[in-house]
Write a protein that binds this ligand. Structure first.
Ligand SMILES: O=C(O)CCC(=O)C(=O)O
Length: 236
């Protein structure tokens, strides 16, 4: 990736708290990971299914993300030693209601995000499947965070429809919500969260309507720690 494009992506992320990246996963690999995720899903409106790097499709997808512009932007922001913090699929079922607006982390005044999350669409995700909606710029806005905690944030939440294999990379301090799934298809995202060694400790806040937080790749893979750089080398 050209350094200028990588810097543009990192800059967008710093300003808006979210950036869309096309073409992160090939469609066939996205379909394979979707099948793995759906095989472990339970009947629920919205859920997180832990994924393991021991699965070949999941490992290939993790490598592809690490080698994509998402990985390049993460390397710019966090360095190649950024460890994988959570690895799961986020699934919404047909008829899933809109999620309450929430942020996954609080804002303690620090500029650098403690974590970064990437959602990769495992099928085409137009409006009907309820793509995630984001309140741009709310990640480092203390007033927005106060309103959010009081359940009174009145900001436009912008949906990010995604082509299959496209991704949103976001700062988990941003106010966001899963959109309503009015289709007859399950919507599955590959979710990868990285810790930022250059950021402060994450401020975990209980989120109204939050889905079950998965144990993620770390416990699913016997306590192994994988860095961004190591993931990129998983599958040449
Ligand atoms: O389902 C989505 O699009 C978002 C899920 C989410 O934000 C969460 O579970 O914290």
């Amino acid at each position: 990736m050209l350094p200028a494009l990588c810097i543009a992506l990192a800059t967008r992320l710093a300003t808006d708290g979210v950036a869309k990246v096309d073409g992160v996963l090939p469609a066939a690999l996205a379909a394979d990971v979707r099948a793995v995720a759906l095989a472990s899903a339970v009947p629920a409106q919205r859920q997180e299914v832990p994924l393991s790097l021991k699965n070949d499709a999941v490992a290939s997808a993790a490598a592809a993300v690490a080698l994509s512009p998402v990985g390049a932007a993460l390397e710019e922001l966090c360095g190649g030693d950024a460890p994988l913090f959570d690895l799961c699929a986020v699934i919404s079922a047909p008829g899933a209601a809109i999620q309450p607006l929430h942020s996954d982390l609080g804002f303690d005044g620090a500029e650098a995000a403690p974590l970064y999350t990437c959602f990769v669409a495992l099928q085409e995700t137009p409006s009907a499947l309820g793509p995630t909606e984001f309140c741009l710029g709310s990640h480092t806005d203390a007033a927005a965070h106060n309103s959010l905690r009081a359940g009174a944030l009145s900001r436009e939440a912008v949906p990010f429809p995604l082509a299959v294999g496209a991704a949103v990379l976001f700062d988990p301090r941003i106010a966001h919500r899963g959109g309503p799934n009015s289709s007859n298809r399950r919507r599955a995202y590959l979710s990868m969260t990285f810790a930022n060694p250059r950021g402060s400790a994450p401020v975990i806040v209980p989120a109204p309507g939050d889905v079950l937080v998965s144990e993620g790749g770390i416990s699913a893979d016997d306590g192994g720690v994988w860095t961004l750089r190591e993931l990129g080398a998983l599958h040449p």
